[in-house]
Design a protein around this ligand. Structure first.
Ligand code: FAD
Length: 486
């Protein structure tokens, strides 16, 4: 343990950020680095608990007290090796993870938790700057040929692990560049795309092959594709957005959030797209949905100089001290306030969108809404909303962005043509921990199996599914599993 009294001496401090008015002028990341002594102090806050709940709070099983200790002692290579032993891509999670590890930090019982996510980001960025992050090409190749379908964090983690085990790995991606939602969902102000490219270059040097602009299973039978590979990891994401089928849905100006975000991410990277650009500029924007995707629409709308930005959430507002009455560990990712909200946004809670209102040209001009209250079941869980009488009103709006989550993976094409069995929610059926689908030699990981989730879960599932595929191919696997780390 670095400093036994550190948690008593130092409070939690996060690095400073560029002020909202300044950072909305571009799409760059805006969180500064810690000065060296602050990083040291923050790592010293770790109590090195006898039972480190942060390990199990993290879906990757990150061994957090150990890397905090190495940071405190300035042993950067050791810190990097510890972090890298459980997480292929700390540069992604260190930037955008809602940090369930921090929610599980024991210090969080009566003080703010250790700033684990920021420490993680600093470890990996220092490791890159010091040249510790190098391609690690396997010495022996197994002769087995593995396909990974989808290049989001689940597919990339599976590919990195299977390559490490010596298999020849090809990642197939239907988009023009690898990265999945890291590239075309999450905006640059949360994750600059050179961070992905830097990692992809290392993976390529290690021997992973990327084939883009290729939608596997789009053109009928999958028999040849399946026959050509010794194992396949399906990691094609949960890409079907939840729609809002109310009157006026067809109006010009009502769009799915992902259509809006993807275009802006492409614009920042100077990648052209065929469709007319969806723009928030000088419009009254309403984002429907209070999660991460909604927040990203808020931040993007402000950067496009929207006239006003509002965000709707159907659920009621959580109390400001919502964790106060909750047993520890707490859940920071529920309807959280993000940096995008700091940049300008009026948030509405307990509001129902009833109708999109158009003008004579078929363009959106407003939204008819009403306030709602929630009926609770005996356990206090909201079960049914009821409109509050007299609350119906119109709000001006020329751009509505639907950010209400994703239903399941796309079924037509890949899923249907491969004959993959689905679970009750429409995700690919494969038991967590096993990842095997109904088709021999095909495994599934990430949002495609789990449903819409988080980057950290996608990486975790990619790693674990890779281990199962390696066992299938070789009879045993020396790839690590989070269950072994704990
Ligand atoms: P994806 O990232 O969706 O990747 C799947 C890939 O498969 C895609 O590239 C797709 O093009 C490709 N594909 C699909 N079908 C085929 C096919 N037939 N052939 C070849 N390729 C195919 N999580 C966080 O932890 N923090 C955040 O801040 C956060 N912000 C988010 C913001 C937005 C706007 C969205 C939409 C999600 C966000 N998430 C966030 C969730 C996170 O991005 C996902 O949980 C994660 O990316 C899932 O990873 P995945 O690899 O399973 O799938």
């Amino acid at each position: 343990m670095g400093k036994p009294t550190g948690f008593k001496e130092y409070g939690r401090e996060l690095p400073s950020k560029i002020a909202p008015a300044e950072r909305v002028k571009n799409y760059n990341e805006f969180v500064h680095e810690y000065p060296a002594e602050k990083l040291n102090e923050q790592s010293a806050r770790c109590m090195n608990c006898g039972i480190p709940f942060c390990h199990s709070g993290c879906p990757l099983g990150n061994v957090i007290p150990e890397f905090n200790d190495a940071v405190y002692q300035g042993k950067w290579e050791e810190a990097y090796l510890i972090l890298n032993s459980t997480n292929n891509f700390p540069e992604f999670t260190g930037r955008i993870c809602p940090a369930p590890c921090e929610a599980a930090c024991v210090l969080g019982i009566n003080k703010p938790p250790v700033a684990i996510e920021e420490i993680e980001k600093h470890i990996i960025e220092i490791a890159y700057s010091k040249g510790y992050v190098k391609p690690n090409t396997p010495v022996l190749r197994s002769g087995k040929n593995v396909a990974v379908v989808g290049s989001g964090p689940a597919g990339l983690a599976a590919a990195a692990q299977l390559n490490k085990a010596g298999h020849t790995v090809t990642v197939y991606e239907r988009d023009d560049r690898p990265g999945g939602l890291l590239r075309y969902g999450i905006p640059d102000f949360k994750l600059e795309k050179n961070v992905i490219d830097r990692r992809l270059q290392i993976m390529e040097e290690e021997g992973v092959k990327f084939v883009c602009n290729t939608e596997v299973g789009a053109n009928g039978g999958m028999k040849d594709f399946i026959d050509q590979h010794d194992a396949i990891i399906m990691a094609a994401g949960s890409t079907i957005p939840r729609n809002l089928n109310i009157p006026g849905r067809e109006l010009k100006g009502v769009h799915f959030a992902m259509d809006f975000l993807k275009q802006q991410n492409k614009t920042v990277s100077n990648i052209s797209f065929p469709d007319e650009k969806i723009l928030a500029t000088e419009k009254d924007v309403i984002v429907i949905g209070g999660g991460d995707t909604g927040s990203d629409c808020v931040g993007t709308s402000n950067r496009q100089h929207a006239n006003t930005v509002k965000q709707f959430e159907l659920m009621g507002q959580p109390p400001a001290d919502r964790n106060a009455n909750m047993p520890w560990p707490t859940y920071p990712m529920v309807l959280k306030t993000t940096s995008s909200h700091e940049e300008g946004c009026e948030r509405f809670w307990g509001i129902n969108t009833k109708e999109f209102l158009g003008n004579e040209n078929g363009e959106l001009r407003g939204i008819l809404v009403s306030d709602v209250s929630w009926e609770l079941d005996p356990l206090g869980r909201p079960v049914k909303f009821v409109e509050i009488e007299g609350s119906e009103r119109e709000l001006p709006c020329q751009l509505a962005l639907l950010a209400m989550g994703f239903l399941h993976p796309q079924h037509h094409g890949l899923v249907e043509n491969a004959g993959l069995e689905l679970d009750a929610r429409g995700n690919v059926n494969a038991i967590e921990g096993q990842y095997a689908t109904n088709i021999p030699k095909i495994f599934a990981a990430g949002d495609m199996r789990r449903g819409q989730s988080l980057v950290v879960w996608a990486i975790s599932e990619g790693r674990e599914a890779a281990r199962r595929a390696d066992e299938f191919l070789m009879g045993k696997s020396s790839l690590p599993s989070k269950d072994r780390v704990r």
